[in-house]
Ligand binder design. Structure first.
Ligand SMILES: Nc1ncnc2c1ncn2[C@@H]1O[C@H](COP(=O)(O)OP(=O)(O)OP(=O)(O)O)[C@@H](O)[C@H]1O
Ligand SMILES: [Mg+2]
Length: 459
């Protein structure tokens, strides 16, 4: 049993939350605003704080900063808000929020978060924590999306930005991996340093080697002078290794050494240099050890994937499509899409994900020459049979995908999809996913194993 401080100015919501907390066997201490919260904190330290973002007597995010810095640095804070967008979510996580939940509340999920917070509080009592608060800077490219799957991604970005460890971004082509890499950089303490990107699939291995590590004068024909590598150029900033799944094996070994002890030499050089770059890698290929066709050395994978972010395909978060369309139209002659056009856009499977959506919408805007894009302005391919998400084997809804399969396989596929959706909805939390599915946790583990989904989610 633990004490949970519930800071919420709306009486009905506050009482509802307190009842829920009490029903989970904890003691709920209500506070109607920041002043009351301060008074309660002076009385004693709770195990967890539930904090509304918008309060009548102040800003919950500012108060979060105060809590982390001085008032209650070790107490996990769960932020609650009616607004779930990338900026706020990243900002709150970066400012040290334990979790960020959106209204209307999913009470079981909220209570699961409270349980995790209380457990973490128990664990962290022994370890002193150095809380740091910093300004949230706006990223260069706007990250659009408020679906549960993307909110889970924004949370990981916020956590990644406040640390310096390597990050591995996975996901299909066009899901926004580069955009996310830039966002992590821009939200990190290295934001004023360089963001240096290298595409590891674009060049032959020998050239990649000298691009990455640099070379000395005379190292090879044409090396007329010493040149610093991208690792060196990224000092104090972020090195973005794009398409890491395509990196040659010999170079993987060299890169592993950089990640292990930060050391490397320029091509043709004897001086041992030290890397001062933060590494973010991305790939749309299978790289996880054990995955079919995985191309990364196992040890390199584990060095890179200290934080792993899997960007969900667009068809698994179709609720983000209207916002993405509006975003794509922001600087175009057309200002909107008709309802029919939106329906077509929301039904298509988007194998090229957000990149494809942005292209289609921007092209249609130019071609239609009107204020509103209609369904007839969209390419025919979007309406072709089999183009809809339900027609793709990989889709996220029951439908034609299962029509040609024997019943047993169709059921297995449906089960796999349901588990994937539950995991996405639960932000990778298995206990939560099991609850959504209405099965016991060990049963979920067994099924995840069966479907090759083990290792995908984190506790
Ligand atoms: N959440 C998002 N909000 C706004 N724009 C997005 C989002 N995700 C992707 N985009 C846009 O979609 C395009 C593709 O994104 P990006 O280049 O980051 O994809 P990628 O995952 O690196 O793809 P690839 O694997 O093909 O390199 C970009 O124009 C990017 O700005
Ligand atoms: Mg990319």
């Amino acid at each position: 049993m633990a004490t949970v401080l519930v800071v919420e100015d709306e009486r009905g919501v506050r009482e509802g939350l307190c009842r829920a907390v009490a029903s989970a066997g904890h003691t709920a201490v209500p506070a109607a605003g920041l002043a009351e919260a301060r008074a309660e904190l002076a009385n004693g330290t709770p195990a967890c704080i539930l904090l509304d973002v918008r309060l009548k007597d102040g800003d919950g995010l500012v108060f979060l900063g105060e809590l982390r810095a001085t008032l209650a640095p070790d107490v996990p804070v769960i932020m609650a808000t009616a607004y779930g967008d990338s900026e706020r979510t990243i900002g709150a996580m970066k400012a040290g929020a334990f979790d960020y939940v959106t209204k209307p509340f999913d009470l079981p999920a909220l209570l699961a978060s409270v349980e995790r917070a209380v457990r973490q509080r128990e664990l962290s009592k022994a370890v002193p924590s150095a809380a740091s608060v910093s300004e949230v800077k706006s990223p260069e490219g706007t990250l659009v999306g408020t679906s549960a799957a993307m909110l889970a991604v924004w949370k990981v970005i916020g956590r990644a930005a406040s640390s310096d460890v390597p990050v591995l971004l996975t996901g299909e082509t066009g899901t926004g991996k580069e955009l996310v890499a830039r966002a992590i950089h821009q939200h990190s303490s290295r934001a004023n340093g360089p963001f240096v990107a290298v595409n590891l699939s674009a060049l032959p291995a020998t050239l990649i080697e000298s691009e990455l590590f640099g070379h000395e004068k005379g190292a090879f024909t044409g090396a007329v002078q010493r040149r610093p590598g991208r690792i060196e150029l990224a000092a104090g900033g972020t090195l973005f290794l794009d398409e890491i799944g395509d990196l040659d094996l010999a170079l993987q070994t060299r890169l592993l050494r950089v990640l292990q002890d930060g050391r490397y030499e320029r091509v043709g050089g004897a001086d041992v240099l030290t890397s001062r770059a933060r590494v973010i890698a991305a790939t749309n290929k299978p790289v996880k050890p054990g995955d079919k066709g995985a191309t990364l050395r196992e040890d390199l994978y584990y060095r890179l994937a200290v934080i792993e972010v899997e960007l969900p395909p667009l068809r698994a978060r179709r609720s983000d499509i209207p916002q993405l369309v509006a975003h794509a139209l922001a600087s175009s002659p057309a200002r909107a899409v008709s309802e029919e056009a939106l329906a077509v856009l929301q039904n298509y499977a988007w194998p090229g994900n957000v990149r494809e959506l942005v292209h289609v919408v921007q092209r249609a805007a130019v071609m239609c020459g009107a204020e509103v894009i209609d369904a007839s302005d969209l390419p025919e391919t979007l309406r072709a049979p089999g183009a809809s998400y339900a027609g793709v084997n990989d889709g996220d809804g029951p439908g034609a995908a299962y029509a040609n399969l024997p019943l047993r396989d169709a059921l297995a596929l449906l089960e796999k999809r349901m588990i994937e959706m539950a995991l996405a909805k639960a932000g990778g939390n298995r206990a939560e996913a099991a609850r959504i599915l209405g099965i016991a946790r060990p049963q979920l583990y067994t099924k995840m194993d069966e479907h090759g989904l083990a290792g995908r989610a984190r506790e």
